[in-house]
Design a protein around this ligand. Structure first.
Ligand code: SF4
Ligand code: SF4
Length: 113
C-alpha cells in the first residue's frame, strides 16, 4: 500500500471497504494526477494538508493548536478517536510502522499491538 492511501486525518483508505468497492474515491487519490481538483474538495482538513504538501496532519507542526483537526478528532463517534490515534501513532513511529499494522485491518481504522 502507499502513503497516498493514508487519509490526512488518520483514516486509512487502503483497507476501507468503501474504497475497495470503489464507492469512495478515498481521501487523496487523484489529486496528484489532476483527475480531481483540490479547490473543489469539501473537506477542510485535506485541502489544508494536501495544500501544504503533507502526507497527513501528523507532519504538521501546528497540529496541537489546529482547531480544524482537533474539532474533527473530538467528534463523538468512535472512529474519530481512532483517526486521532492513527495520527499520534504516525507521529511517534512513522509511516512505515503504521502501514505494517494498518494493512492488517479490515476498515479505515483498527487495533494496535
Ligand atoms: S475526513 Fe477529510 S481528511 Fe479525513 S479521510 Fe475524509 S477527506 Fe480525508
Ligand atoms: S493546519 Fe490543521 S488541517 Fe492543516 S495540516 Fe495542520 S493539522 Fe492538518
Amino acid at each position: 500500500m502507499t502513503l497516498t492511501e493514508i487519509g490526512c486525518c488518520g483514516a486509512y483508505c487502503a483497507t476501507c471497504k468503501e474504497w475497495k468497492e470503489r464507492t469512495c474515491k478515498g481521501c487523496k487519490m487523484g489529486y496528484d494526477t489532476g483527475e480531481r481538483d483540490l479547490s473543489r474538495a469539501k473537506c477542510k482538513i485535506k485541502v489544508c494538508c494536501i495544500g501544504k504538501g503533507f502526507v497527513s496532519c501528523a507532519d504538521c507542526p501546528d497540529i496541537q493548536k489546529c482547531q480544524v483537526i482537533n474539532d474533527f478528532h473530538s467528534k463523538k463517534s468512535y472512529k474519530y478517536g481512532k483517526y486521532k490515534q492513527a495520527i499520534e501513532f504516525i507521529k511517534q513511529n512513522g509511516y512505515d510502522e503504521f502501514m505494517k499494522i494498518a494493512d492488517t485491518w479490515t476498515n479505515a481504522y483498527g487495533k494496535y499491538k
